[in-house]
Design a protein around this ligand. Sequence first.
Ligand SMILES: Cc1ncc(COP(=O)(O)O)c(C=O)c1O
Length: 384
Amino acid sequence: MKNDLERDTKFTHLGRPPAGLGTSVSHPVTRASTLLFEKAEDLYRNDIRGYGRHGTAVHDSLAELFTELEQGVGTLLFPSGVAALTAPVLSIVKPGDHVLLTDSAYGPTRHFCMTFLARMGVETTLYDPHVGAGISDLIKENTSLILLESPGSLTFEIQDVPAIAKAAKAKGVTTLIDNTWSAGLTLSPLPMGIDISVHAATKYFGGHSDVMYGAAIFADETRFKRAQMTAKQLGNASSPDDAYQILRGFRTVLPRFRQQEATSLALAEWLMTRDEIQQVLHPAVTDHPDHALWKRDFTGGGCLFSVVLTPLPESDVIRFIDNLNLFGIGYSYGGFESLAIHCDPQLRRNCAEELTGPLVRFACGLEAITDLKSDIEQSLASIF
Ligand SMILES: Cc1ncc(COP(=O)(O)O)c(C=O)c1O
């Protein structure tokens, strides 16, 4: 495929079977554990797919699209976003190593580092998401990995990704970013010097809240091959049906993303004008503390943001969430439907500024913004 085509065109045409008489537009789903060989002499060939765990044509197409999305050299696919984070990490660290993890990280990433890696004899230090080039001072002799997430998925700090990548490269440390928020559509971390970009494809690429999936995209062959081996050793395999669902979602992710991005920004800007809201944590909003950094590195937003409510008892915050009619109560985002959660019980950050009120997170779906506004308005009215 020509390299100068626009993203929309590539996402439409890449990874499709060659046209023929009566061929389907997409690869059919092949469900298989056993793959049959014609001749015994082929059993031990390395150049052909020999077993169900090694994927299908649908997996290959999906990997091709993710590699194109992130401008990497290769993609590994996983049955969840968490698996897409943990297997690459395990391909890098060894007992005695040290890991730097942003304090704004997704809870299960933090838990994995603090428990699983600790049990392996790998020490984790949490760093301030705003550390920037200062990360250099935190890198120790035995630091092998820096984990980033930008923005943080509850508190929405933007990290100085190029500065962290540069400092890491100077000291030979691998960098891995959780790029789920931007879907890789508004942030391209690999050209900024990051080594591995990870997606919970469960979110935007699934797009319909009915499938779990993950992808890790690599900037270089060495780390890619090593992680491929680790994933293989861990028995990683994802269902061809799930891979198909994600591939299907990939074909329409751009227009869905654009609408959700526009809705989230418009809602965030409207919420800034409300007396019930103390602060809006959305990096695309001009008065966000990291707006300048966001503008420098991102080409757009995402569907997810938080607000700090004017202080009120927790029971009222819970009533606010309960009284929303169009926002479902659920943890995810990137689906076609809007969601809301209250965040305070899961805020365990050490080094961020204190939030001045209860934190509520909204994930915007594809509903009309007027309806979403009215829904928030009526629920705010019920508690203030
Ligand atoms: C930022 C982020 N990373 C990773 C994950 C994990 O993805 P999954 O639920 O597919 O394991 C999530 C899920 O909520 C997430 O929000």
